[in-house]
Design a protein around this ligand. Structure first.
Ligand code: NI
Length: 262
Protein backbone atom coordinates (compact mmCIF):
# COMPACT_ATOMS: atom_id res chain seq x y z
CA UNK A 1 0.00 0.00 0.00
CA UNK A 2 1.08 3.57 -0.59
CA UNK A 3 2.92 5.28 2.28
CA UNK A 4 0.01 7.57 3.14
CA UNK A 5 -2.76 4.98 2.96
CA UNK A 6 -4.55 4.04 6.16
CA UNK A 7 -4.82 0.45 7.33
CA UNK A 8 -8.27 -1.16 7.30
CA UNK A 9 -7.40 -3.48 10.15
CA UNK A 10 -4.94 -3.71 13.01
CA UNK A 11 -3.71 -7.10 14.20
CA UNK A 12 -3.15 -6.00 17.80
CA UNK A 13 -1.09 -9.01 18.88
CA UNK A 14 1.52 -10.86 16.84
CA UNK A 15 5.03 -12.19 17.42
CA UNK A 16 6.69 -11.21 14.15
CA UNK A 17 10.16 -11.71 15.64
CA UNK A 18 9.41 -15.44 16.04
CA UNK A 19 11.95 -17.78 14.42
CA UNK A 20 8.97 -19.33 12.57
CA UNK A 21 9.29 -16.34 10.20
CA UNK A 22 13.06 -16.39 9.77
CA UNK A 23 12.86 -17.77 6.22
CA UNK A 24 10.07 -15.49 4.91
CA UNK A 25 9.37 -12.64 7.37
CA UNK A 26 9.43 -10.00 4.61
CA UNK A 27 6.85 -11.96 2.60
CA UNK A 28 4.54 -12.36 5.61
CA UNK A 29 4.76 -8.62 6.35
CA UNK A 30 4.15 -7.77 2.69
CA UNK A 31 1.01 -9.95 2.66
CA UNK A 32 -0.33 -8.08 5.70
CA UNK A 33 0.36 -4.67 4.13
CA UNK A 34 -1.14 -5.78 0.78
CA UNK A 35 -4.32 -6.61 2.73
CA UNK A 36 -4.11 -3.16 4.43
CA UNK A 37 -3.41 -4.68 7.83
CA UNK A 38 -1.20 -2.93 10.40
CA UNK A 39 0.43 -4.98 13.16
CA UNK A 40 1.41 -4.59 16.80
CA UNK A 41 4.27 -7.02 17.37
CA UNK A 42 4.90 -7.87 21.02
CA UNK A 43 8.00 -9.00 22.85
CA UNK A 44 8.13 -11.81 25.40
CA UNK A 45 11.51 -10.99 26.97
CA UNK A 46 14.12 -8.24 26.60
CA UNK A 47 15.81 -9.59 23.40
CA UNK A 48 12.49 -10.18 21.63
CA UNK A 49 11.28 -6.74 22.75
CA UNK A 50 14.39 -5.27 21.11
CA UNK A 51 13.59 -7.25 17.95
CA UNK A 52 10.00 -5.99 18.02
CA UNK A 53 11.17 -2.38 18.25
CA UNK A 54 13.59 -2.91 15.34
CA UNK A 55 10.75 -4.25 13.18
CA UNK A 56 8.60 -1.26 14.13
CA UNK A 57 11.38 1.14 13.15
CA UNK A 58 11.65 -0.48 9.72
CA UNK A 59 7.91 -0.44 8.84
CA UNK A 60 5.45 2.44 9.13
CA UNK A 61 2.49 0.11 9.88
CA UNK A 62 4.22 -1.99 12.53
CA UNK A 63 4.25 -0.89 16.17
CA UNK A 64 5.86 -2.63 19.16
CA UNK A 65 4.97 -3.83 22.63
CA UNK A 66 7.84 -4.37 25.06
CA UNK A 67 7.61 -6.68 28.05
CA UNK A 68 8.43 -9.96 29.75
CA UNK A 69 5.90 -12.79 29.32
CA UNK A 70 4.90 -14.86 32.38
CA UNK A 71 6.74 -17.87 30.91
CA UNK A 72 9.92 -15.77 31.03
CA UNK A 73 9.17 -13.98 34.30
CA UNK A 74 12.21 -15.63 35.88
CA UNK A 75 14.38 -13.48 33.56
CA UNK A 76 12.80 -10.25 34.86
CA UNK A 77 14.99 -8.15 37.15
CA UNK A 78 15.89 -4.47 37.62
CA UNK A 79 18.32 -4.54 34.72
CA UNK A 80 15.69 -5.96 32.35
CA UNK A 81 13.17 -3.42 33.63
CA UNK A 82 15.60 -0.61 32.88
CA UNK A 83 16.17 -2.11 29.41
CA UNK A 84 12.41 -2.05 28.74
CA UNK A 85 12.17 1.53 30.01
CA UNK A 86 14.93 2.66 27.63
CA UNK A 87 13.35 0.78 24.70
CA UNK A 88 10.00 2.43 25.38
CA UNK A 89 11.58 5.85 24.91
CA UNK A 90 12.66 5.01 21.36
CA UNK A 91 9.32 5.76 19.71
CA UNK A 92 6.82 3.42 18.05
CA UNK A 93 6.54 1.52 21.33
CA UNK A 94 2.81 1.62 22.03
CA UNK A 95 2.37 -0.82 24.94
CA UNK A 96 3.98 -2.75 27.75
CA UNK A 97 3.38 -6.40 26.89
CA UNK A 98 3.14 -9.22 26.64
CA UNK A 99 2.91 -9.47 30.42
CA UNK A 100 0.67 -11.52 32.69
CA UNK A 101 0.15 -14.81 34.50
CA UNK A 102 0.13 -18.37 33.14
CA UNK A 103 -0.69 -21.05 35.71
CA UNK A 104 -1.36 -23.60 32.96
CA UNK A 105 2.22 -24.09 31.88
CA UNK A 106 3.87 -22.70 35.04
CA UNK A 107 7.17 -22.05 33.26
CA UNK A 108 8.16 -19.53 35.94
CA UNK A 109 7.25 -19.85 39.64
CA UNK A 110 3.85 -18.24 40.31
CA UNK A 111 5.14 -15.77 42.90
CA UNK A 112 7.81 -14.65 40.41
CA UNK A 113 5.15 -14.22 37.69
CA UNK A 114 3.07 -12.04 40.01
CA UNK A 115 6.05 -9.85 40.93
CA UNK A 116 7.02 -9.35 37.27
CA UNK A 117 3.42 -8.53 36.34
CA UNK A 118 3.00 -5.94 39.10
CA UNK A 119 6.36 -4.30 38.31
CA UNK A 120 5.45 -4.06 34.62
CA UNK A 121 1.98 -2.62 35.28
CA UNK A 122 3.71 0.05 37.35
CA UNK A 123 6.24 0.59 34.55
CA UNK A 124 3.39 1.03 32.03
CA UNK A 125 1.69 3.56 34.31
CA UNK A 126 4.97 5.44 34.75
CA UNK A 127 5.41 5.57 30.95
CA UNK A 128 1.75 6.36 30.26
CA UNK A 129 1.39 3.23 28.09
CA UNK A 130 -1.38 0.61 27.94
CA UNK A 131 -0.69 -2.99 29.02
CA UNK A 132 -1.18 -6.16 26.95
CA UNK A 133 -2.18 -8.89 29.40
CA UNK A 134 -1.87 -12.67 29.10
CA UNK A 135 -4.09 -14.63 31.53
CA UNK A 136 -4.27 -18.42 31.52
CA UNK A 137 -5.82 -20.39 34.40
CA UNK A 138 -4.88 -17.52 36.72
CA UNK A 139 -8.05 -15.43 36.74
CA UNK A 140 -8.54 -15.04 40.52
CA UNK A 141 -4.99 -13.76 41.05
CA UNK A 142 -5.21 -11.65 37.87
CA UNK A 143 -8.37 -9.84 38.97
CA UNK A 144 -6.90 -9.20 42.42
CA UNK A 145 -3.70 -7.73 40.93
CA UNK A 146 -5.59 -5.60 38.38
CA UNK A 147 -7.79 -4.18 41.15
CA UNK A 148 -4.84 -3.38 43.44
CA UNK A 149 -2.41 -2.14 40.76
CA UNK A 150 -4.79 -0.55 38.29
CA UNK A 151 -3.31 -0.18 34.79
CA UNK A 152 -4.31 3.17 33.26
CA UNK A 153 -5.34 1.42 30.02
CA UNK A 154 -5.01 -2.04 28.51
CA UNK A 155 -6.28 -5.17 26.82
CA UNK A 156 -6.84 -8.76 27.94
CA UNK A 157 -5.16 -10.55 25.05
CA UNK A 158 -6.78 -13.73 23.66
CA UNK A 159 -9.83 -13.45 25.90
CA UNK A 160 -11.50 -16.87 26.18
CA UNK A 161 -13.94 -16.49 29.07
CA UNK A 162 -17.67 -16.29 29.62
CA UNK A 163 -19.89 -13.22 29.79
CA UNK A 164 -19.48 -12.83 33.58
CA UNK A 165 -15.69 -12.68 33.30
CA UNK A 166 -15.93 -10.31 30.33
CA UNK A 167 -17.98 -7.95 32.51
CA UNK A 168 -15.29 -8.05 35.23
CA UNK A 169 -12.56 -6.98 32.81
CA UNK A 170 -14.77 -4.39 31.09
CA UNK A 171 -15.57 -2.91 34.50
CA UNK A 172 -11.82 -2.38 34.98
CA UNK A 173 -11.84 -0.30 31.79
CA UNK A 174 -9.99 -2.91 29.75
CA UNK A 175 -10.49 -3.97 26.14
CA UNK A 176 -10.85 -7.64 25.17
CA UNK A 177 -8.59 -9.08 22.45
CA UNK A 178 -10.38 -11.64 20.29
CA UNK A 179 -8.41 -14.03 18.09
CA UNK A 180 -8.38 -17.37 16.25
CA UNK A 181 -9.96 -19.43 19.07
CA UNK A 182 -13.28 -17.71 18.22
CA UNK A 183 -13.36 -19.93 15.09
CA UNK A 184 -12.59 -23.22 16.88
CA UNK A 185 -15.50 -25.71 16.95
CA UNK A 186 -15.33 -26.26 20.73
CA UNK A 187 -15.62 -22.59 21.71
CA UNK A 188 -19.40 -22.09 21.83
CA UNK A 189 -19.19 -20.21 25.14
CA UNK A 190 -16.71 -17.73 23.70
CA UNK A 191 -18.95 -17.20 20.63
CA UNK A 192 -21.91 -16.59 22.93
CA UNK A 193 -19.84 -14.10 24.94
CA UNK A 194 -18.58 -12.20 21.89
CA UNK A 195 -22.12 -11.99 20.49
CA UNK A 196 -23.05 -9.85 23.51
CA UNK A 197 -19.86 -7.78 23.84
CA UNK A 198 -19.96 -4.06 23.07
CA UNK A 199 -18.17 -3.58 19.74
CA UNK A 200 -16.41 -0.49 21.09
CA UNK A 201 -14.43 -2.63 23.56
CA UNK A 202 -13.22 -5.36 21.17
CA UNK A 203 -9.78 -5.60 19.57
CA UNK A 204 -8.89 -8.21 16.96
CA UNK A 205 -5.61 -10.12 16.98
CA UNK A 206 -3.90 -13.24 15.69
CA UNK A 207 -1.19 -14.12 18.27
CA UNK A 208 0.78 -15.16 15.17
CA UNK A 209 2.45 -17.60 14.71
CA UNK A 210 0.12 -19.34 17.20
CA UNK A 211 -3.68 -19.83 17.48
CA UNK A 212 -4.33 -20.06 13.72
CA UNK A 213 -8.02 -19.54 12.85
CA UNK A 214 -10.14 -21.92 10.81
CA UNK A 215 -9.72 -22.57 7.84
CA UNK A 216 -5.91 -22.59 8.35
CA UNK A 217 -5.93 -24.24 11.77
CA UNK A 218 -2.91 -26.51 12.20
CA UNK A 219 -0.73 -24.31 9.96
CA UNK A 220 1.43 -21.35 10.92
CA UNK A 221 -0.59 -18.22 11.68
CA UNK A 222 0.13 -14.75 10.23
CA UNK A 223 -1.39 -11.25 10.54
CA UNK A 224 -3.27 -11.50 7.20
CA UNK A 225 -5.49 -14.19 8.78
CA UNK A 226 -6.98 -11.66 11.22
CA UNK A 227 -9.70 -11.28 8.55
CA UNK A 228 -11.14 -14.66 9.58
CA UNK A 229 -11.57 -13.41 13.13
CA UNK A 230 -13.27 -10.26 11.83
CA UNK A 231 -15.58 -12.35 9.62
CA UNK A 232 -16.64 -14.52 12.56
CA UNK A 233 -17.36 -11.51 14.81
CA UNK A 234 -19.44 -10.01 11.98
CA UNK A 235 -21.38 -13.25 11.53
CA UNK A 236 -22.09 -13.52 15.27
CA UNK A 237 -23.22 -9.90 15.55
CA UNK A 238 -25.17 -9.86 12.30
CA UNK A 239 -23.22 -6.91 10.89
CA UNK A 240 -20.74 -6.55 8.02
CA UNK A 241 -17.02 -7.35 8.26
CA UNK A 242 -16.40 -3.72 7.21
CA UNK A 243 -18.26 -2.48 10.27
CA UNK A 244 -16.23 -4.77 12.54
CA UNK A 245 -13.01 -3.66 10.84
CA UNK A 246 -13.84 0.03 11.18
CA UNK A 247 -14.83 -0.25 14.84
CA UNK A 248 -11.92 -2.43 15.97
CA UNK A 249 -9.39 -0.31 14.06
CA UNK A 250 -10.76 2.79 15.74
CA UNK A 251 -10.50 1.02 19.12
CA UNK A 252 -6.89 -0.01 18.45
CA UNK A 253 -5.92 3.51 17.34
CA UNK A 254 -7.52 4.93 20.47
CA UNK A 255 -6.02 2.46 22.97
CA UNK A 256 -2.52 2.45 21.48
CA UNK A 257 -2.52 6.08 20.25
CA UNK A 258 -1.59 5.02 16.69
CA UNK A 259 -1.04 8.33 14.95
CA UNK A 260 -1.18 7.43 11.21
CA UNK A 261 -4.89 6.64 11.46
CA UNK A 262 -5.97 9.06 14.16
NI1 NI B 1 1.24 -13.71 22.48
Amino acid sequence: MAPTEKPELIDTHAHLDSSDYDHDRAVVIARAFAARIGVITVGVDLPSSEAAVQLAHRHRLIWAGVGVHPHDAKTFDEKVEQGLRELAREGKVVAVGEIGLDYYRDLSPRAVQREALIAQIELANELGLPVIIHNRESTANMLAILRNHRPQRGVIHSFLGDAALAREFLALGLYLGIGGPLTFAKNDVLRQTVTGLPLERILVETDSPYLTPVPYRGKRNEPAYVRYVVAEIARLKGITPEEVAAATTKNACHLFSLSPVA
